[in-house]
Design a protein around this ligand. Structure first.
Ligand code: CTP
Ligand code: MG
Length: 283
């Protein structure tokens, strides 16, 4: 199915404290998180697991950071041979996704019909610009630099079989407690969830584009706490009553949130980083 990848990269990275918006934070090889993320999308396309239409990237409002990230996008798009469209994001992740979805819709509608034939008979197969032709969107965090091709493949395959919402998931390794009370007072355990029935979900999350647009519109007006309460896009689909299919995620799909995550990412890059000269490592 024709697919547009939507990368959300507009967050500030307040927990990472890198001094720059998180997508612009470099790993030990000197490349930014966004560049790594775009490279994993390019790898999925090169492996033939995505019928990629284009990539939309949602960027921070800060003009300097946005200009630097736009440059990263342009270079990655040129290298991989796909279109990258950049748009400014919003205050919460869900606001950024909504801004990005508008760009994705424009990119999907602008695509010429596959095998377009201007002399096509009336009643022929609908083209890509036909509103009835399904189009998929993969919503992906720029903060996940190492998602393996197999995860893109699992999401795309489930979408191709007709699922409207697909999320990669991994088992939960910690014991999860529910609590009462809140800081600055003490918290108390109110229960323990059955870990066997819990999953941690990752991105890319795949959706039927039309269904996700409607779900986000609905969530925007109906979810009580608004955009801040929507920590992923599957939540909007759940609220709209869509079944959400799980496919295997991968530990390498982890999100960079804190300095510790950054240290792990850099450790994973160590062989490549060691191959660089000291000057290249510390330009
Ligand atoms: N994101 C976004 N727009 C926002 C908030 C988040 O596009 N207003 C993106 C981030 O850039 C990131 C992804 O959503 O790729 C996951 O968010 P998170 O890990 O929370 O990143 P930040 O919000 O940047 O980090 P923090 O919450 O620590 O400030
Ligand atoms: Mg955040």
């Amino acid at each position: 199915m024709r697919t547009t990848v939507l990368i959300v990269a507009a967050g500030s990275g307040s927990r990472l404290k890198a001094g720059v918006p998180k997508a612009l934070a470099p790993l030990a090889d000197g490349r930014t998180l966004l560049e790594h993320c775009l490279e994993s999308v390019a790898a999925a396309q090169a492996a033939g697991v995505l019928e990629l239409n284009a990539v939309a990237v949602v960027l921070p409002a800060d003009p300097e950071a946005a200009a630097a990230l736009e440059q990263v996008c342009r270079a990655a798009g040129d290298r991989a041979g796909f279109t990258v469209r950049c748009v400014p994001g919003g205050a919460e992740r869900a606001d950024s996704v909504r801004a990005g979805l508008a760009a994705v819709r424009a990119l999907a509608d602008a695509e010429p019909a596959a095998g377009a034939d201007t002399d096509a008979e009336p009643g022929a197969e609908p083209g890509a610009d036909d509103p009835d032709t399904p189009h998929a969107v993969l919503v992906h965090d720029a903060a996940r630099p190492f998602v393996p091709v197999a995860v893109f493949q699992a999401v795309a395959t489930a979408l191709g079989k007709g699922a409207a919402a697909v999320v990669p998931a991994v088992p939960v390794v910690d014991t999860i407690k529910t609590v009462t009370g809140a800081a600055p007072g003490p918290e108390w355990v109110s229960g323990t969830l059955d870990r066997a029935g819990l999953r941690a979900v990752q991105t890319p999350q795949g959706f039927d584009l039309t269904a996700l647009e409607a779900a986000h519109r609905r969530a925007g007006s109906e979810v009580p706490a608004g955009a801040a309460a929507l920590t992923d896009d599957a939540m909007a689909m759940e609220a709209a009553g869509h079944p959400v299919e799980l496919v295997p995620g991968d530990p390498l799909g982890f999100k960079i949130t804190t300095r510790l995550d950054l240290m792990l990412a850099n450790a994973l890059l160590a062989p490549a980083a060691a191959a660089l000269s000291p000057q290249e490592q510390h330009p």
